[in-house]
Design a protein around this ligand. Structure first.
Ligand code: ADP
Ligand code: MG
Length: 672
């Protein structure tokens, strides 16, 4: 066959088939025309699934009689004048194609009357041309009747007619969705039905109840987000199902962007992700209306106008999901959840009334909102989408320590003892002390004690309370759930840790200080021991610290208490010797470089008040244990203990700095 130019009516017919693919499409076009004309009452009548008749009657502004000759010609519109107008289009239509297309594939009749006309005009169109007009009685507004849709497209008709019964449902779906979005009264019926389906109501929620039933409407949360100028958002408003929602029907999510019913797959997937994490396997309902600055929305993506693309799509989707999350979380927290606190056992003091204030209720449980909710990884925040891909944690060599297999609640009460019970066994593999490693023969051991000694010292309880009062739930949660990434700079005490999709730089010296202080409080009077062989002269250590020590008798007097409570053994030979230090953490020995400062601090302790004295010794011990130039293993050991035992206080805020966040990085890559 030779190449030939197609006849004009064939071209129109082909083009029309693209724009009007089904009765439902045609109906959407007519509805949008009515809404553009300012109608507040729209009635739809359908016969034979829209194939025989599709009629839309509105009370809008009507069509001027002089416009009728070109009404159904292609690319004739009253809505834009120049291409640039598309960027600011406030109407639903603008392409001037719908009526033209319809007139090429059906018999089209229009009855219309403007306010300034005495009578209405009835006009008939065929293949884009006005065939005839006649005056007729009628009210203000327009009625468009599409008869015999696809009469000249046998194959389309054949394929669609088999789904005829679905078509009316599809038409009703479009009418009801627009009826919810727009004010006014909408009705839809099949020809011959006595009563139409009428959708009206004072509020959107009333209309949702009318369309989907009061059961659905009863379990909805209102989602409202005001203007976000940097993202070009004017307003986001809608209704989303709550955690109690249950429906056997799947109602596809409904999205309007600038008054246009659209499909938005990325938004749909992101919202589904939020729901599936909060309510796996349950259905959900979403009706959302996004009003965006029109210059940010490209409505000219497809002739059917069911898709739009808009600027800052990802950011706007995140915003919607954040709103949804917080609505669901709010509902969650108002439900009376009582969950075992993960950290209650970190500091419980069973024998005293003064329980640390960690949001604990009397029964040892904490209300759900005492700690920030576990960060949930929603799909819209994820980049690694293949669950088989390795995570950071999988690169780490698993530890065979039996304590890893225990639950945290079991650990905290027993852990210190377990650590020390293992100490004999571990002695063979023990690392030598840092500092003067070659000359010192330190030994770690713990006298066999089946039950930990219970010390009911008020001052210790008070010190514990001070820590728990300063609790930072956010930081504690972060440290409890972090993954250790590695040492960044051992000399400056910096390590990288990951939490959720964020990377943090943590000052492990600062953290170690607080950790050992807390370990001191937790295991008070129950420490293991590190033997220092023949001992080291305290005087010499103090000399190293630049202190002339002529009042060591104070330490000597306190030596009994220091040994009993802290396992610091001072022996008076010719000189005062330190022969034993507490073992505060298994496989971790303090650096000898810290010893001079430790004794200098001990000398400075306030021995007059019990609380101050215990506090000062614990502070000195904590300083003693701050790592100087630790191995990665030692730092990992510290972070592992932090994960299991630590209560982060608010003053640690500057010690943990966020250095990268996956969503932010992703944005950077996108812009490259
Ligand atoms: P578009 O909506 O893209 O402008 P259409 O082919 O759908 O193109 O409509 C062509 C023109 O007909 C519209 O611009 C509008 O002026 C007029 N029109 C169509 N339907 C109506 C209606 N129901 N009420 C008033 N005017 C209408
Ligand atoms: Mg239109």
């Amino acid at each position: 066959m030779n190449i030939q130019k197609l006849q004009e009516h064939v071209v129109h017919q082909i083009a029309a088939g693209e724009i009007i693919a089904s009765p439902r499409n045609a109906l959407k076009e007519l509805l949008e025309n009515s809404l553009d004309s300012g109608a507040t009452k729209i009635d739809v009548v359908v016969a034979d699934g829209g194939f025989k008749l599709l009629s839309v009657t509105d009370n809008g502004c009507g069509i001027a009689e002089e416009d009728l000759p070109i009404l159904c010609q292609r690319f004739t519109t009253s809505k834009i004048r120049a291409f640039e107008d598309i960027t600011n289009v406030s109407t639903l239509g603008f392409r001037g194609e719908a009526l033209a297309s319809i007139s090429h594939i059906s018999h089209l009749k229009v009855v219309t009357k403007r306010a300034n006309q005495d009578v209405a005009v009835s006009a008939a169109f065929e293949a884009g041309e006005l065939r005839h007009t006649k005056p007729i009685a009628g009210l203000q507004g327009t009625q468009v009747n599409i008869e015999s849709l696809f009469f000249n497209n046998a194959s389309r008709l054949k394929s669609l007619r088999s789904r005829k019964s679905h078509e009316y449902a599809g038409i009703l779906e479009v009418v009801t969705r627009y009826a919810i979005e727009y004010p006014g009264t909408f009705s839809c019926k099949q020809q011959g039905d006595a009563q139409p389906t009428v959708i009206e109501g004072r509020t959107q929620k009333d209309k949702i109840a009318r369309v989907f039933g009061s059961k659905v409407a009863g379990d909805l949360l209102e989602l409202i987000n005001g203007a976000i100028p940097p993202l070009g958002v004017v307003e986001i408003r809608g209704y989303v199902s709550n955690l109690d929602y249950s429906s056997s029907r799947t109602i596809p999510y409904i999205f309007f962007v600038n008054g246009r019913l659209v499909e938005c797959r990325p938004l749909q997937r992101a919202i589904q992700g939020v729901y599936s994490l909060n309510r796996p396997k349950s259905s959900s309902f979403v009706f959302l209306s996004l009003k965006l600055e029109s210059q940010n929305v490209d409505v000219n993506v497809h002739p059917k106008k069911t898709q739009v693309s808009f600027l800052y799509e990802q950011e706007i989707i995140e915003k919607v999901c954040e709103n949804l999350e917080s609505l669901l979380n709010k509902q969650e927290s108002t439900r009376s959840y009582s969950t075992q606190s993960l950290i209650s056992s970190r500091f419980t003091d069973p024998d005293t009334e003064t329980r640390p204030n960690l949001g604990l209720s009397k029964g040892g449980t904490t209300t759900y909102d005492a700690l920030p909710s576990t960060p949930t990884r929603y799909e819209y925040k994820l980049v690694r989408t293949d669950p088989k891909q390795s995570t950071l944690a999988s690169f780490k060599v698993p530890k065979l320590s039996p304590r890893k297999t225990k639950r945290m609640s079991e650990l905290d009460s027993e852990d210190s003892r377990n650590d020390k019970d293992q100490s004999d066994e571990d002695m063979a593999h023990r690392e030598p002390l840092q500092g003067d490693r070659s000359t010192q023969e330190a030994e770690q051991s713990q006298p066999l004690r089946l039950k930990p000694r219970q010390m009911n010292l008020k001052s210790i309880s008070k010190l514990k309370k001070k820590v728990s009062d300063a609790l930072s739930p956010r930081l504690t949660k972060l440290l409890m759930q972090h993954t250790f990434v590695g040492v960044v700079d051992a000399n400056r005490g910096l390590a990288a840790i990951q939490f959720d999709v964020r990377l943090y730089l943590a000052n492990f010296r600062e953290l170690s200080f607080h950790l050992f202080y807390q370990l001191g409080l937790m295991d008070f009077s129950n420490f293991g021991t590190i033997h220092l062989g023949n001992g080291i002269a305290v005087e010499e250590l103090l000399e190293l610290a630049g202190i002339q020590s002529d009042h060591l008798d104070q330490l000597e007097t306190m030596s009994e208490m220091l040994e009993d409570y802290f396992k610091i053994k001072l022996v008076s030979k010719e000189k005062l010797m330190v022969t034993q230090l507490p073992l505060m953490l298994l496989n971790y020995a303090p650096s000898f470089a810290n010893l001079p400062k430790f004794f200098a601090q001990l000398l400075e302790a306030n021995w007059d008040s019990e609380e101050d004295c215990l506090h000062d010794v614990l502070v000195a011990l904590a300083h003693l244990h701050v790592p100087v130039s630790p191995s990665t293993q030692e730092v990992e050991n510290i972070f592992d203990t932090i994960k299991r035992k630590f209560i982060a206080t608010a003053d640690l805020q500057p010690s943990i700095i966020e250095i990268a966040s996956l969503p932010e990085l992703y944005k950077v890559f996108e812009r490259c």
